[in-house]
Design a protein around this ligand. Structure first.
Ligand SMILES: Nc1ncnc2c1ncn2[C@@H]1O[C@H](COP(=O)(O)OP(=O)(O)OP(=O)(O)O)[C@@H](O)[C@H]1O
Length: 645
């Protein structure tokens, strides 16, 4: 019989063996994770090489078998003289039978990329689009050009639906384009059966998927029914799929290709620079009245007689702002998701017809806005992400004339948005991208937008069309954050010990030795303005020296600020952190700027003034574009109907 000591010794040996095995297992797990990651990277590499190989082909040539017909249809049917950047490449690629995703900014002319090919080859083009109103507009405009196009949604009259379903099986039908919602595809077996028949007869020419980013949960408009579209590539072999979107982030584009089963397809992307948009940040006052005064001055002064959109954070904010602007005798409509469809259409129409100068809206006012002369988009509160901001502000200046995109920014608004979005994946990262853009006072705003879209634009691409480039600073003032980080982390530690939760405002109070005494620090109050202190807190959040912790109450969610992962470095002697001080550039609220911009120096030959052609684009990107300040001419005001409410 072994002694207890011997057994204990054995047990110790076994424990040490187990520990060794556990170390081995965790190492193997790490190796496994690395291998899985490598496998994923290599697979993506294959898709990228495929995509790059396709990208090396000169798709914008005019020597394809169909090239003459393409030009004829462009001139005779669409009455358009020349292509905009990347349109011809997209058309040639899809006519060659390749799957492709076309990424172009809003208003750049994506629709032509599938509407024109539809008329060049026999057969039907199926267009999947998320919005019925958008499809109605398109079908109306195609019908005006005598192009046989139909649309089918869940609210289409029964007889019309039957006629369309029959046309799918009819080899003699003249229908060239059929617009459907993704819901219709996902839910109607009869539709899918007839579409299969159309395909089996060799008459399904192409599938175009508009707003294709809706497939991806990473996109800003995810629609569950778009997931169903993954079956199309397999079900309709040899039918080219053409996805179209204005969302260019790499994650979304890869995700979309995966979902549609077209990984490695050609991605045709035109530049996202909108040269006619002027970007500006205005410091948002803390008082609501002062804020309304800014809006009033802008609408009665700078944007007098011009049409625009004011985006608000919530339905309540939109209603409030609209009502206060009306009290100030301004003609504005209010638009949000709680209004019934008829009211929404009416508001949209009144704005479209210039009976309202501006529409005060939540982000529900989104896709399908096709007003060309939107001269200003004001964000009363920041957007959820740069992506959202680009889309929302991009509704300005679709006609290519100078238009302004203004954000009223203050720190407090960060938490209005963060408490609303924090539960979604990567939402805070996206929000902080937006905050970074607002805090910036030294870099061209276009540089930050370009960074977001993985593009590189030079100074010449801005041409003084942002507040920073209009007021170039030779020396950018910086503030040393080392002492401030020490104080802020002391306050955070005291609060932790006292079990007190700090909102950003409370944290600033304690830092300035105001508010409750039990969370104040032992040093002096900082000798900086409260506005700079707010910028510092926002900056530290973006840089992960602070983080937000969210707590639910019965009525709302509250964001509390705590020391973040990077704050521990702040006590190191070698620690250095400097923040460029934001300069608030003056902005004339009362006087109209020259809202029309002559783009001659970018584009001398283009029929439409809004975008230049592919050759011009290459010239501009290679650095030979002009960097002169844009020439301007006087704006033509809209006439706001004084009788409408
Ligand atoms: N090559 C061109 N020359 C002149 N006008 C064009 C050209 N291509 C398209 N257009 C016009 O540009 C306008 C915008 O086109 P379209 O609606 O297709 O844009 P989009 O990229 O789909 O925008 P959104 O993302 O907002 O839907 C339309 O009026 C269209 O007729």
């Amino acid at each position: 019989m072994p002694t207890i000591e011997e057994i204990e010794h054995d047990l110790q040996n076994i424990d040490s063996e187990i520990a060794k095995i556990e170390t081995l297992i965790s190492k193997l797990r790490l190796d496994q994770r690395d291998l899985i990651q490598r496998k994923k990277t290599l697979k993506n590499c294959i898709h990228k090489i495929r995509s790059d190989n396709l990208a090396h082909v000169d798709w914008s040539g005019t020597t394809y078998a169909w090239s003459d017909e393409v030009l004829k249809v462009l001139n005779d049917v669409f009455h358009i003289k020349s292509f905009r950047p990347k349109q011809l490449a997209a058309i040639n690629c899809t006519l060659s039978g390749q799957h492709a995703i076309v990424v172009m900014p809003t208003g750049a002319g994506k629709s032509l990329c599938y509407q024109l090919p539809a008329l060049v080859k026999p057969g039907l083009t199926l267009v999947i689009s998320p919005l019925v109103s958008l499809m109605e507009d398109q079908v109306r405009s195609l019908t005006k050009k005598n192009i046989p196009a139909k649309l089918m949604s869940s609210s289409s009259p029964k007889q019309e639906t039957t006629e369309i379903l029959n046309a799918l099986k009819d080899s003699k039908t003249d229908m060239k384009l059929l617009y459907v919602t993704p819901e219709r595809l996902a839910k109607s077996k009869r539709f899918m059966a007839n579409l299969q028949k159309c395909h089996a007869d060799g008459r399904l020419q192409r599938i175009a998927i508009d707003e294709v980013h809706c497939c991806s949960t990473w996109g800003h408009d995810f629609r569950p029914d778009y997931k169903f579209l993954g079956v199309l590539a397999d079900m309709f072999k040899n039918v080219p799929i053409l996805g179209l979107t204005a969302t260019a982030t790499t994650n979304v584009l890869i995700d979309v290709q995966k979902i549609l089963n077209i990984l490695g397809c050609l991605v045709i992307k035109s530049t996202f620079n909108r040269p006619n948009l002027f970007y500006k940040i205005i410091e948002k006052p803390t008082s609501q009245d002062e804020c309304m005064l800014i809006l009033e001055k802008l609408l009665k002064g700078r944007y007098k007689g011009q049409s625009g959109i004011i985006y608000a954070h919530s339905i309540k904010d939109a209603e409030d702002i609209a009502s206060k602007l009306r009290q100030r005798k301004l003609k504005v409509g209010c638009y949000h998701a709680n209004l019934d469809a008829a009211t929404r259409s009416e508001v949209h129409l009144k704005w479209h017809d210039n009976r309202y100068q501006a529409i005060v809206a939540t982000v529900a006012f989104g896709m399908g806005i096709d007003k060309p002369d939107v001269r200003f988009v004001i964000h009363h509160s920041i957007s959820k992400s740069m992506e959202n901001y680009y889309q929302e502000s991009g509704r300005a200046g679709r006609d290519g004339l100078r238009s302004e995109c203004v954000i009223l920014y203050r720190m407090q608004d960060i938490f209005k948005v963060s408490t609303m979005v924090f539960s979604a994946t990567a939402s805070l990262k996206h929000l902080y991208g937006m905050v970074k853009y607002c805090l910036n006072g030294s870099l061209c705003r276009r540089l930050l937008i370009a960074e977001h879209f993985d593009e590189t634009w030079g100074d010449s691409d801005c041409r003084k069309m942002c507040d920073v480039c209009c007021n170039p600073q030779t020396v950018v003032k910086e503030i040393d954050l080392k002492p401030h980080c020490a104080t802020i982390s002391e306050v955070a530690a005291i609060a932790e010990a006292e079990d007190v939760k700090l909102t950003a405002q409370k944290l600033i109070d304690a830092w300035f030795l105001k508010g409750p005494t039990n969370v104040r620090h032992s040093g002096k109050a900082p000798s900086i303005s409260r506005a700079i202190a707010e910028d510092i807190i926002a900056y530290l959040l973006v840089k992960k020296y602070l983080f937000e912790e969210f707590h639910y109450t019965a009525y709302s969610t509250i964001s509390y600020i705590k020391a973040g992962v990077n704050m521990s470095e702040a006590t190191d002697d070698s620690f250095e952190l400097k923040m460029p001080i934001r300069k608030y550039f003056t902005f004339d609220l009362d006087t109209p700027p020259d809202m029309h911009m002559d783009l001659k120096d970018i584009d001398e030959t283009e029929e439409s003034p809004s975008l230049n052609d592919e050759k011009k684009e290459t010239k501009k990107r290679s650095g030979s574009g002009s960097s002169k300040e844009p020439k301007t001419k006087l704006a033509k005001p809209i006439v706001i109907d004084s009788d409408s409410d």
